[in-house]
Design a protein around this ligand. Sequence first.
Ligand SMILES: *[C@@H]1O[C@H](CO)[C@@H](O)[C@H](O)[C@H]1NC(C)=O
Ligand SMILES: *[C@@H]1O[C@H](CO)[C@@H](O)[C@H](O)[C@H]1NC(C)=O
Ligand SMILES: *[C@@H]1O[C@H](CO)[C@@H](O)[C@H](O)[C@H]1NC(C)=O
Ligand SMILES: *[C@@H]1O[C@H](CO)[C@@H](O)[C@H](O)[C@H]1NC(C)=O
Ligand SMILES: [Zn+2]
Length: 960
Amino acid sequence: MGKGFYISKRLGLVFLVLGISAVVSILALSVIYSQEKHKNKENSTVVSTAVPSSKSPPSNKPWDKYRLPDSLSPQFYNVTLWPRLEMDERGMYFFTGTSGVAFTCLKETDLILIHSSELNYTLTPQTHHAMLTGLGGTSAPVILETWLQTQTQLMVIHLKDKLKVGKSYWLHTEFRGELSDDLEGFYRSEFVENGVKKVLATTQMQPTDARKAFPCFDEPAMKAVFHVTLLHPPETVALSNGIELGTESITINNQEVLRTRFEPTAKMSTYLLAFVVSEFTNIQSSPEADILIRIWARREAIETGQGDYALKLTFPILKFFEKYYNTTYPLSKSDQIALPDFSAGAMENWGLVTYRETSLLYNPKVSSSANKQWVAVVISHELAHMWFGNLVTMRWWNNLWLNEGFATYVSYLGADYAEPTWNIKDLMVLHELQAVFEVDALVSSHPLSSREDEIATPDQINELFDTITYSKGAMVLRMLSEFLSEPVFAKGLSNYLQQYAYDTSVYTDLWQKLQEVVDADSNVHLPASINEIMNRWILQMGYPVVTVNTHTGGISQQHFLIDSEAEVDSPSQYNYEWFVPITWMKKGVNMGQHWLLSKTATHEPMRTNSEWVLANVNVTGYFRVNYDPQNWERLLAQLSLDHKAIPVLNRGQIIDDAFNLARANIIHTTLALSMTMYLSEEREYIPWESAIKNVRYFFLMFEQSEVFGPLKMYLRGKVQPLFDHFRVITSNWTQMPSGHMDRYNQVNAISLACKTGVDGCSELTRAWYRWWMDNPDSNPIHPDLKMTVYCNAIASGGVEEWDFGWKMFKNASIAAEAMKLLFALSCTTEPWLLNRFLEYTLNSSAIKKQDASFVISYVAGNVIGQPLVWEFFRGNWEYVFKNFGGGSFLFESLIQGIAERFSTQFELQQLERFKEDYAAKGFGSGTQAMDQAIETTKANIKWVSENKKQVMDWMIKHSA
Ligand SMILES: *[C@@H]1O[C@H](CO)[C@@H](O)[C@H](O)[C@H]1NC(C)=O
Ligand SMILES: *[C@@H]1O[C@H](CO)[C@@H](O)[C@H](O)[C@H]1NC(C)=O
Ligand SMILES: *[C@@H]1O[C@H](CO)[C@@H](O)[C@H](O)[C@H]1NC(C)=O
Ligand SMILES: *[C@@H]1O[C@H](CO)[C@@H](O)[C@H](O)[C@H]1NC(C)=O
Ligand SMILES: [Zn+2]
């Protein structure tokens, strides 16, 4: 899934949050930015604590196991589904279906185990749950008994005689399921169009919910061909993975229904299936294009041109990937559909990609540059999966990181091809690398790859959709591509896709195909095999900090942990040492690459006592860098003298590394702070964003203390020139900067200027908002600036401003606009308004369920809202857990958002007591997040006690 996040499911949250907020100073607006989560995989079963032992399988019987036996192999399915878009007499939405599966027997067995969850079977009792017949003249054994094994989500069919090896059989079922609004499996979504409530039916199968739509062998390696037929009401259109073969009108029980049949799918995994029945309309590619591309959405969205941008991008991105993978697009069409209710950011169903509206629709009048970029990146991510993931699929979920890490990495390449002026590849350093570095610096992190036998239950599978999987996976693959060079990487990749097409693989298969290319290419010299190099990054958690000592030319590596006293209790076969490709430069000249293959080594050329040395050029390596104090001083001097001599990505990274090294007690906090001194000269987005992100921690820790005054004054001095710069280049705020990154940095300038009290900032945002309140039909605020302007105006306003924002939120017909308002509403400083806002999250007609956890997290990011959220969270625990506890990313980010300001013993005790009180019930997908919140709180307490005074003194000295 995507960012859609989990678009890969998880992507959804991360990118949604980042997508909206990245351009807004995270600092100034206190947006939760998503620190993802971490599991302790070393501790055998990933979520063992989340599954009470009483529920674990009571026996060793095949039907008590979560994994299917390897005795049967599906060939094809014939599936007919009929979703009802009106309630039945009992007030329930439901669907009915019939399904047949042809499977071959590979090992003699008298048991058929097939996944089925929450379906009621409607054949007569005599035929049990299913009917079995032989294919190709084979006779089928008699069914002795059938039953549903709820916990393992299986239908069990016990036969009188054994199935014969090499023979094929046909299993027929008829069933009824609920079309609920749970965003999983086959579900319904509701929205209002022209004042009329509309219902549509859609799917989200990944990872384990195809079994809620029809009985199936629901494991990624059980690939098959699917013949899909949908029955649907007149005036609706039905879509699935294959193109429609035809629609006919038929009558069933005096009821007129349409029947649409679809082209049989390619051989594919169940989790990639999709069925949608809606009244949506579409725009499509010109007939000359060799791939039929259609963008589907609500009629109004299509008619107002909101799908145009997606349509414009899809063809070039598909062409880019065809070339990059050296493999033609495997299907005859590409549908992409924007859904009003969708938990992930998007989902890469093969041929029918589903998106949140904010991930596919773009309206130049209301959507910001960040919204636009989000659309480009998510489309690119999902289309990358059409080959990597869909054509070649991971054998089991433990290899999910390869699938998602890869799509995350190449999504930037595809988006860069479609929007070449954006320099979007640079943003990987901010959005992937720096983001995951935070999580991967904890002892509770986990390796990218898990063993297959560690991942079995749906909960365990769901937990894999995390930042490590997406962002670390992406950054480790980027490092690989960089040290091999892109042509070598792409060549190995295309060989891999050709060898494993329509099949499954594991990551070592990719290493092997790459190794073959390396071995055949005399220009590539590696110090070890790809397997030896990469396993160190894949099989052990964390990453190194590389220390360069320019006095001696010595280099060394050490496992980087943000908490210097934390004990790593999971041993690594590689001893937490890596094979590190270090690119470096000396006084502005690129010095190539040096491999660090042991804990310490000497590289004579790095020795110097006069010039600055910089390692990890353009931050292509997955590691941090530390230097001897003199080299830090030389870098600092260079920054003050002429910062442009240092590449812009490295300017950002020097700041991020320095702040994190300081937090880990490796360098002084004041040294890190001094890296921000040159910012009064800096105009580029990436260094500013890196600084703001790190200074945000100072705000979280000190916003309620006496340090805040001097901190604010210091930052005001740094941001004032940036604010003035933008005022000049925008002709006194009447135009927008032309550069993509400049637009982002303009938001930083305004947000930080308002936050630190730069003259004229607050007046500027208030005036804009006031103008809008007086003229609600013509909003004067540019989409890029909306979030910060709304937020600052609501923060400095009262109930009148808030109510106006709420009214505009309820009226917003564009999701991106609604999300901005939703965020801005959390900026008020009135506790009663914040509490009222929180109460709204309990009522899904006030705030949609998919948005509620964002609201809670946003309010938690507000210094005044945070204690209110903590009360609210505990007071409404049952509801919160029931509604957000299942989908892992939402719940985790909720817990993290609530706990991130905790820095006192009292708060730690409260957190620990809360955990104890509810330990018996478990925290579901939030278990690790809960432990992590406790770990973070302890670290905060320690940090504040050690740093408060020196930060205070430094700020006073440098803010004069
Ligand atoms: C695994 O987790 C359990 C419960 O949290 C703990 O008691 C045990 O010591 C852990 N084992 C390892 C190897 O970390
Ligand atoms: C399955 O569907 C295909 C295509 O509609 C049809 O040709 C075939 O006969 C069906 N197979 C069975 C066993 O019903
Ligand atoms: C399935 O059967 C159960 C038990 O009879 C019933 O409560 C449930 O509503 C049924 N579901 C559907 C979709 O009909
Ligand atoms: C692309 O694939 C074809 C085989 O399908 C191969 O002959 C050709 O060399 C490949 N091109 C590149 C650039 O790898
Ligand atoms: Zn994905």
